[in-house]
Design a protein around this ligand. Structure first.
Ligand code: XMP
Length: 318
């Protein structure tokens, strides 16, 4: 695709010219935008780029490992993985209000990122995967980079966070970002991932969050997503995930009575995420997902399917 390679070449030379010999840091979330931005910038300036990946402990199962494999190993990028899960979980202990949880996670993210970015000596630029719709809305909803961005929009970056912004995807729409990503050699499934909210599983575990609930939800969610791929349904829905309710109910397993948590399977179809309908997933498929979750995930004995549209419901549960 001539137009696409042209765009990539032009952007790469612009990045080289602007950055010179300086260092760039980028908050890599594993999402589409920050990943494409990272690979593009890496193509331009190689090891002058350092990515910071913050494991909040609220990510999907094995996300940190996957990011290191996909981008560290495969693209040979410098990625610093910061395991901050304990910090996030201890700050969240006992907090059940959704907005309070969001605030804690957002603040903690900024703290960790700020700390880590200062360990990278002489970094002059902060790169972000801001895309055109973010520029218009200015308040993007997806990805940790959005956390920095909205913070930045509200009060400016913290004083010490004195970076110049580098945003090579600013003019692109999502489908264009995906095309650029594929052209750069990022596998199809990675550039077609569903969006994942900055607060992550923190807002998909209803009520108070703890390590055990994170483990339970990660397992259940992983099964649902795996089955969507296996049955060629992943790209037919816009966003799919599992929610963990703090409600226990009675079940029976073998001849034992169980008393465990309820998981809700959620899948939405939408164009703009402002309105959405619930995905009409086949009953047989839902049956497989339900059986697998109940049989394989210790701690869940009941699965419900969310059949609410937006509005009046939202896509997330918190
Ligand atoms: P709702 O639940 O409002 O979600 O229908 C619409 C889209 O926004 C995402 N979302 C968030 N993303 N931080 C984010 O980065 C948040 O606090 C947040 N809340 C919702 C949600 O995943 C969906 O794509």
């Amino acid at each position: 695709n001539w137009k696409l390679t042209n765009y990539i070449d032009k952007t790469i030379s612009e990045i080289r010219e602007r950055v010179g010999d300086n260092k760039v840091i980028l908050g890599l979330s594993g999402g589409v935008d920050s990943s494409v931005a990272a690979v593009l910038i890496h193509r331009a300036i190689g090891d002058q780029l350092t990515c910071i990946f913050v494991d909040t402990g609220l990510l999907r199962k094995d996300e940190g490992k996957k990011v290191m494999d996909n981008y560290g190993e495969h693209f040979h990028m410098n990625i610093k993985l910061v395991d901050a899960s304990e910090r996030f979980l201890s700050k969240l202990a006992g907090v059940d209000d959704p907005e309070a949880k969001r605030k804690i996670i957002g603040n903690e993210f900024i703290h960790v990122f700020d700390e880590e970015s200062h360990k990278i000596e002489g970094a002059k630029f902060l790169a972000q995967g801001t895309i055109y719709p973010d520029v218009i809305e200015s308040q993007s909803v997806n990805g940790p980079s959005a956390v920095i961005k909205s913070h930045h929009n509200v009060g400016g970056l913290p004083e010490e966070m004195d970076f110049e912004l580098l945003e090579p995807l600013r003019e692109l729409f999502k489908d264009e970002v995906r095309k650029v990503g594929e052209e750069l050699g990022i596998p199809h499934h990675l550039v077609h991932r569903h969006p994942f909210p900055g607060p992550g599983l923190g807002i998909r575990i209803l009520g108070a969050v703890d390590a055990e609930k994170v483990r339970i939800l990660q397992e259940a969610d992983d099964i649902f997503i795996e089955e969507l791929y296996k049955n060629d349904l992943y790209e037919k829905v816009s966003q799919a995930f599992v929610v963990l309710l703090p409600v226990k109910s009675v079940g029976v397993m073998g001849d034992e009575r169980t008393y465990e948590y309820t998981a809700v399977v959620r899948s939405a179809n939408t164009i703009d995420f402002m309105t959405a309908t619930w995905s009409r997933l086949p009953y047989e498929f839902l049956d497989t997902v339900s059986s697998r979750i109940i049989n394989e995930v210790r701690g869940i004995n009941r699965v419900a399917y969310d059949i609410s549209s937006k509005p009046p419901a939202t896509i997330e549960w918190e």
